[in-house]
Every structure is written in structure tokens, then in C-alpha cells.
Design a protein around this ligand. Sequence first.
Ligand code: AMP
Length: 389
Amino acid sequence: MNKKTVRDIDLKGKRVLMRVDFNVPMEGGKVTDDKRIKASLPTIKFVLDQGASLVLMSHLGRPKGGFDPEFSLKAAANVLAGYLGIPVQMAPDCVGPEVEKMAKALKPGGVIMLENTRFHPEEEKNDPELARKMAALGEVFVNDAFGSAHRAHSSTEGVAHFLPAVSGFLMEKELEYLGRATTNPEHPYIAILGGAKISDKILVVENLLTKCDKLIIGGGMANTFLTAIGLNMRDSLVEAGSIDTAKAILAKSGNRIILPVDAVIADKFEAEANNKIVDVDKIPAGWRMMDVGPKTLELYKETLKGAKLIVWNGPVGVFEMPKFAEGTFSLARLLAESGATTVIGGGDSASAVKKAGVANKMTFVSTGGGASLEFLEGKELPGVAALLD
Ligand code: AMP
């Protein structure tokens, strides 16, 4: 994917409208985790260093439509101001004459934070009129919000039709590393998919099978595949409606899919349940698979040996419960020690590598859950497609 970036465009003296992802967790009007704000600093500083001024926009949470102080971006703007060491003016809205006036009065080096784009219900409808009003606030559009790029909204896709549109550094990095999983990957390439439901990930399975050498399937997803090969998974999470699909995928996979051979099982779906380790064909009545067992982890170790590229999305067990987290954490450590390029596809796997204490040993951890999944499906994300080639 060859998208223009902030490096490819003259920003001197320009007013830059930038879509960031400041959808940060908040409690009692305070930002409780500012990593997304921190992550946007390199692009923000670069733009300001070029002698541009900056109008920032983002969504935050799911307001019902119309201004709601609970979903205001004011606290995020204050955190940003602290990091930049300069004032960040808070706009009363994300569009409108008053905001246009503020934007036009900006001097090079000045920064405005627009109010939550979702205060306008038209945002999620990708309303072109709203997009046009947003575009009136800048002369160049920079999109650095990869996590929102799978949604065609006014602030992600629509606005890009009205201004020269390029990516920021965060977006660029996501496209580069996730792109390695889908375009000309290095080999041996091992993909790992886990998580609860196969129905969410069928398109990813099908796309990655055309690219990778081996596909490890774990987690709740694996149960449906194990059922498809004739095993009785008892009370495990199995999606009856996907068994035929799993059979069809296995039939055309040419033995490249690796399924668990043993399991940590539980007598209840609870953190304090009784647990034991059995082979996957010996799950007793009343029990369910919660994690992969030690033999499976040995198999993973063998499979990952010599890999040049490993892409992982979705935990291989119910890692939120300590008794059933070992498979996922051990897998995270295997990746950390693999010597391969390791790309973590956001969401739960990102939090798993963090909890396992090896996030900094990964080559790249995606910030976008839904967006990275759609990317791995091979879809072109609307917010990316709209950027200049
Ligand atoms: P997803 O959002 O599809 O990536 O799914 C993540 C969820 O899958 C996590 O909350 C895990 O607890 C869950 N999960 C992983 N393995 C299993 C399993 N064997 N049975 C049920 N849920 C699982």
C-alpha cells in the first residue's frame, strides 16, 4: 500500500485538519489512560515543526447525539497541552461558523481541539455536508486514527474527499506492519488466530490461508474445528452454525491448520472452576475447554521454530481468568523469543502480550481491534482508501 504521508506534502504555513484517536478511557471527567494521546505526539509535533497550525478532531465514546459534557474532549485537550507545553484551545463544536472563525485565526504553531465528532449523528452516516463543514476548517487533511479507519464516517472518510488527504505516522506504521501480513509476507510465515467466535474471523482465516505457511487456530474458535473433525467438545463453546464452514476450510487447507491436541478444561465457565488437563478427544461430560494444554504449547513451539513472520490475533484461552491464562501467556513468550518479525493484531492479543510482560519484545502491536481484523480480512479500509496514493 502506497499512501502519501505527512512527509510527502508541504505543510509550511498551512492549516492542518488532523483526525486523531483520542477515544480514551475516562472516569469522573479525567483521562485514566492517555496512551493514545501520547501515541499521536510524533505526528502532531512533526506538523507543528513544519510551521503549520493544527485543528484536531476525534470521536469519544458513544454519545447519544448532541452535546454531552460526559463525552467532551476537553480533558483530552488538557492532557495534550501538558505534553506539548503550549495551550490547546478547546472549540465548542466540531463544525460551524464560530469554530471556522477560531480556525482561521490560528497562527502557525497554534492548536485547536474540536469537540467530539459524534455530537453530530450525521458523523456516523458519513454525511457529506458534515464532512464539507469539517473540511472548511483546514487546508490539508491528515488521518492518524487507524482504529477508526474501518468506519466510513464524515471525519474519517468523507472529509478526505474535500482536501488533499495523507496519513500520519501512526497510520503509516499500522499499514506497514499489518501490510506485511497480507502483501508479500516473509516466509516461513505462521499466522495464529484465537478468540471466542469463529464466525467473527472466518474471512480472516480464509484470507490468511492464502498467504501463510501454517495457521494455528486456538481459543474458542478451535472448538468448532475440533467438532468438525468428529470430536465431542462437550460443554465447550461451539458454534453449531459454523461447523460446515470449518469442515470446508479444513478440506481445502492442505493440512496447514494446527489445532490443539490437549486442553485445560473446567467444570464451569468460572474463574474458580475445577480444572484439569486432558487430550482434546477425552473431554468428560459436563466439562469445557478453557485453554490449550502443555502438549499443544510444545506443538506451537515446534511450529514457530524458524519462522520469519508471525501474526497473532486472539487469545488461545480464557486469559482473563488466571487458571486459564497460561496458554496465551506462554504463546506470547514464544513469540517474544522467536526471533521472527512479530505483529500483534490489536484488541485482546494486544492486552495479552502486555499482561504477559512482553509487549516491548514484539515488532509491532496494532492499536486497532476492529480495523486490524478487517485489514487482515484483506479489505481495503475506507479511511485508508480515501488517502492520496
Ligand atoms: P475475540 O474478541 O473474538 O478475540 O475473543 C476474545 C475472547 O475469547 C476472550 O475474552 C477469551 O476469554 C475468549 N476465549 C478464548 N478461548 C476461549 C475458549 N476456549 N472458550 C471460550 N472463550 C474463549
